[in-house]
Ligand binder design. Structure first.
Ligand code: SF4
Ligand code: FES
Length: 204
């Protein structure tokens, strides 16, 4: 059995695995925490900003990415405070501006988070983008899985709005077509066919 610690979640004691990120441990205990950039085969990297929780310690409450935090005995957290919802909403708005995303559930998740805080009368509507790389969150999971399996053929290129994932093709090799990037991509941006996997210029 995985080593456990007891933590307080929303005022209730919960046993979680201490050897996995808090996000993963909470999900194993059926807590629903939104996230788009975490996959248990890789370490967390805090990119999407959706998995924020609030930690309550003697030095005051603070926000932390639950994919980056490993639980310790006695940790006290809340998963649904007003601050948590506000920061998630802001993160979701930023991410949504990189859509629409091929997987409809991603669009729906982000819209739901954006509209969560829309009960104060403000009109908050998510706006999707129109750039060349719409549909990619820049989460980096594809780049990291390609690195992990030893191929190392994907990289980020460009800055600001032009930043995107490209195939490193200097050696003239194909990517290997293992489809690990396609399987791990949370948005469906990477097509299952290697020939269509990225914008055509990557395969010139
Ligand atoms: S292509 Fe997919 S996995 Fe890669 S950075 Fe974009 S959203 Fe993430
Ligand atoms: S899952 Fe933690 S920042 Fe994306």
């Amino acid at each position: 059995m995985a080593p456990q610690v007891e933590i307080m979640v929303n005022g209730t004691p919960v046993q979680v695995n201490k050897d996995v990120p808090l996000l993963q441990g909470l999900r194993e205990q059926n807590f629903s925490i939104p996230s788009l950039c975490f996959n248990p085969v890789l370490t967390g990297n805090g990119s999407c900003g959706l998995c924020i929780v609030e930690v309550f310690q003697h030095d005051g409450p603070y926000l932390v990415h639950s994919c980056l935090l490993y639980p310790r005995q006695g940790l006290k957290i809340k998963t649904d405070t007003a601050r948590v919802k506000q920061v998630r909403r802001q993160a979701a708005q930023l991410l949504y501006s990189r859509g629409p995303f091929p997987k409809q559930e991603v669009n729906e998740l982000l819209l739901a988070l954006i509209q969560t805080e829309n009960k104060d009368g403000n009109t908050i509507t998510g706006e999707t983008g129109t750039g060349s790389f719409t549909g990619c969150l820049l989460c980096g999971l594809c780049v990291r899985i390609c690195q992990k399996i030893g191929r190392n053929r994907l990289t980020f290129v460009g800055r600001g709005k032009e930043m995107h994932v490209e195939l490193v093709s200097e050696r003239g090799e194909s990517c290997g077509s293992c489809r690990a990037c396609c399987r791990i991509c949370p948005t469906g941006y990477i097509a299952p066919s290697p020939q269509e996997a990225f914008p055509p210029k990557l395969y010139k």
